[in-house]
Design a protein around this ligand. Structure first.
Ligand SMILES: Cc1ncc(C[n+]2csc(CCOP(=O)(O)OP(=O)(O)O)c2C)c(N)n1
Ligand SMILES: [Mg+2]
Length: 410
């Protein structure tokens, strides 16, 4: 019974703090293959329970089971494995480069590689992602050159963005990767607006919005859902729940809604949760949502349940706010290990081939790094020219900028 009288302020607390034993007993995980796969034209009111379950394809034995399985050939899965391994190796090298002072900043994807790598494969050419800083797999899986990514990280003379963006904030229209903005949640309103424009102009391209668990607390997230829902915008609304927003646990932004997917229900948006560490499940759900968008059926909200195994960024030390062994206790495992085991089970992969692929990928990443470093790093070698700072923004440069350029003597 509620007690009247003195009010108490409620602040959600994580299950454990540093020094405690990791505890994920509150994470309820559906058995692989147990969640049905509805038709894309399903009435959203009949699938509300999907916002509280987790769609999974790979079971504990590494087998692909259930109605969401069977979409990808073994060659496509081998390619997916290579993309995730490449992203992980790229991250490790760039994290090291940051420690060596070759760049000021880096952000890793450790443990979350399946989300962006598998999602990319559900899109068509011309579709547009509005990503955050933790979806570089969208570029890797689309064949964007790693050297170009590194040039951007080093802000060197070959940086396509000419040193004007924070390292890792890439941009590539050709690869459907809208310029990353550090202002989180802006991606949601922009993606929905872009999708609405695509529909208004009777185009066939769809948009994908990206946000982390913590950033769903921003009002942009909620405004975007209003527009997406009202105008049935052709957009996939992705929420990457990696359990943490820097040092803030996901319970703060989630509040009382139970899950992040459940946020979509009040808007009548079909809302699904998926095992974000299961390459096959991520791809299958992304495909389902993309088909709905392309078929004029409107938006879908997808929550990827995953875990940020690494630090938030090169400026962060997670041991200050969570147990050191928490990532080992994460019940959904590691996305690379799980796909590797699945492929071994299919008889198309082996531990030996995996080790060989790791070595080959490392060679490729190091070769790309050497090439990028020949164009300069943060403190050494070539830099973008000061003149570049004034270019590329206005078709006709306004007088005040012309004056500033003159003052700079460029
Ligand atoms: C609008 C806005 N507020 C605050 C920040 C500072 N900030 C940068 S990352 C971050 C945490 C975001 O967490 P989450 O959305 O869960 O994404 P994740 O880093 O876990 O991928 C915050 C608060 C920001 N970049 N933009
Ligand atoms: Mg997060």
């Amino acid at each position: 019974m509620a007690d009247a009288g003195m009010l108490r302020f409620h602040v959600p607390e994580p299950e454990v703090r540093p020094g405690g034993a990791p505890d994920f007993s509150n994470v309820t995980i559906a058995e692989a293959g147990s969640v049905p796969r509805p038709e894309i034209s399903v009435d959203p009111r009949t699938i509300r329970d999907m916002a509280f379950s987790i769609i999974r394809v790979l079971n504990r034995n590494g087998e692909a089971v259930g109605p969401w399985a069977g979409l990808l050939s073994s060659d496509e899965l081998l390619e997916g494995l290579r993309h995730m391994m490449t992203l992980r190796t790229f991250d490790a090298r760039m994290q090291m480069a940051q420690r060596q002072g070759k760049t000021s900043f880096y952000m890793q994807h450790l443990g979350e590689e399946a989300v962006s790598c598998a999602f990319r494969k559900a899109l068509a050419p011309g579709d547009m992602n509005f990503p955050t800083y933790r979806q570089a797999g969208l570029l890797i899986a689309d064949g964007y050159p790693m050297v170009t990514m590194m040039n951007q990280i080093y802000s060197n003379e070959a940086d396509p963005l000419k040193g004007r963006q924070l390292p890792i904030m890439y941009s590539s229209k050709e690869h459907g990767f809208f310029s990353i903005s550090g202002n989180l949640a802006t991606q949601y309103i922009q993606a929905v607006g872009w999708a609405m424009a695509s529909a208004i102009s009777n185009d066939s391209k769809i948009a994908a919005a990206w946000i982390g668990d913590g950033s769903t607390a921003e009002s942009d997230f909620h405004s975007a859902l209003v527009f997406a829902s009202t105008y049935k915008a052709p957009v996939v609304l992705n929420v990457v729940n990696n359990q943490w927003a820097i040092s803030t646990f996901q319970g703060i932004a989630r509040g009382g809604s139970g899950t992040f997917a459940a946020r979509g229900l009040g808007f009548g948006i079909p809302s699904l949760r998926v095992d974000g560490n299961d390459y096959l499940a991520v791809h299958a759900v992304a495909k389902w949502a993309a088909e709905r968008a392309r078929g004029n059926l409107g938006p879908t909200l997808v929550e990827y349940v995953t875990y940020r195994a690494g630090a938030h960024s090169s400026s962060d030390d997670p041991s200050a706010y969570r147990p050191k062994t928490e990532s080992d206790a994460w019940p959904l495992g590691d996305p690379i290990v799980r796909l590797k085991n699945h492929l071994i089970g299919l008889g198309v992969w082996s531990d030996e081939r995996h080790a060989q692929a790791e070595a080959e990928i490392l060679d490729t990443v190091i070769a790309a790094q050497k090439e990028a470093e020949s164009h300069g790093t943060l403190h050494a070698g070539g830099k973008p020219s000061t003149r570049d700072m004034f270019e590329g923004l206005y078709a006709e440069m306004p007088p005040h900028l012309r004056r500033q350029r003159q003052q700079a003597g460029v």
